[in-house]
Design a protein around this ligand. Structure first.
Ligand code: SF4
Length: 335
């Protein structure tokens, strides 16, 4: 649905500049931004996807992944089309690369979206599948309404957003999982057509704004899996975000333009997990693997099993009111 955009300014000659994500696209009349869903029409910037949904599902919150945020609850997941990054390994490329003529769209108002969440008996909404930043106007209006109904809101984001829009939506966002795709600018430039530093800045701002943060790092063989890079990433988490920020090391599967790269060996993920432990990350996890105890939340004080996860089933009997039942230590959790 067409809707006037926020976060833009007019330039000379009917050009406009979008200030929603870090690209700050300068767009000629009738042109589109890099995300493909924001158009300059007659010298004004419009979003073409207000309320236009390509994908929706009821998911366990663990699938986002968010392990320390309302564990065991169901979340209504919603996505649109387009993306501001151009990741060569995108697993959702069928929607992230789709244009505004994508045929399988459903239109919802913010009110209808809230009704859907309630109808599906979910505890909140996750803006996910593709980058939520690029439909900021709809996510903002809807998240405001969702919060008014006592439900939670979650972003699954690449973090390539400017400060002002993040600040604007922050009172209506409870949690964010930021994908840190690698810890070198070279990777971001070559694989995603983006940059690393703004993503790190977003993570810091999320912490400053008091939004619950978890970080995902997709480990890709030969691209971002060296011990040196993962050590630098973990040191940054501990020193800048804090040791209690959950870190999810996720397994890469060949996809899209990177089908020539093999699946991540379990040993590499274990290596990343061990580095995280060694550098002081209190809650490291391994994701996208079918077995193992690397999905469990262990009390950092006494080693008790606080939350046991198997697939998406969650046993929280090792924890009471956010504290370890064995030693009463507080776990970094939003309940
Ligand atoms: S949101 Fe889209 S149009 Fe705006 S700066 Fe980012 S890529 Fe460009």
């Amino acid at each position: 649905m067409k809707h006037e955009a926020s976060f833009w300014k007019p330039l000379d000659g009917k050009k406009v500049q979008c200030n929603l994500c870090v690209h700050s696209c300068k767009i000629n009349e009738n042109g589109f931004g890099i995300c493909g869903v924001r158009q300059n029409i007659d010298g004004k910037l419009f979003t073409l996807i207000y309320g236009s949904c390509s994908s929706m599902a009821v998911d366990p919150i663990e699938k986002k992944p968010l392990y320390h945020f309302h564990p065991g609850t169901s979340v209504f997941s919603l996505g649109t089309i387009g993306c501001n990054l151009k990741c060569r390994h995108c697993q959702n490329n069928s929607i992230s690369t789709a244009g505004v003529d994508f045929p399988h769209m459903k239109e919802f108002t913010p009110e209808q979206t809230v009704e859907l969440i309630q109808e599906k008996r979910c505890q909140g909404i996750a803006w996910t599948y593709n980058e939520p930043t690029i439909w900021h106007e709809f996510a903002y209006d809807t998240s405001k309404l969702v919060k008014r109904h006592g439900l939670y809101t979650v972003y699954v984001s690449n973090g390539f957003i400017q400060e002002d829009p993040l600040r604007e939506i922050s009172p209506y966002l409870d949690a964010i999982n930021v994908d840190v795709k690698a810890f070198t600018d070279n990777f971001y430039k070559k694989v995603c057509k983006a940059r690393l530093e703004p993503v790190l800045r977003t993570c810091e701002l999320v912490k400053e704004l008091g939004i619950h943060l978890e970080v995902t790092y997709l480990v890709i063989p030969t691209y971002n899996d060296s011990t040196d890079e993962i050590t630098r990433f973990c040191n940054w988490v501990v020193e800048t975000l804090g040791k209690d920020v959950p870190v999810h090391f996720s397994r890469f599967h060949p996809d899209y333009m990177m089908t020539d790269v093999p699946i991540t060996p379990i040993e590499t993920l274990q290596m990343a997990y061990n580095i995280a432990k060694k550098t002081g990350v209190l809650y490291p996890y391994i994701g996208n693997v079918p077995y193992g105890s690397y999905e469990n939340t262990i009390c950092p004080t006494c080693g008790n099993l606080c939350i046991e996860r198997y697939g998406y089933s969650v046993d929280q009997s090792g924890m009471k009111n956010g504290k370890c039942v064995n030693c009463d230590a507080k776990i970094n959790l939003v309940l």
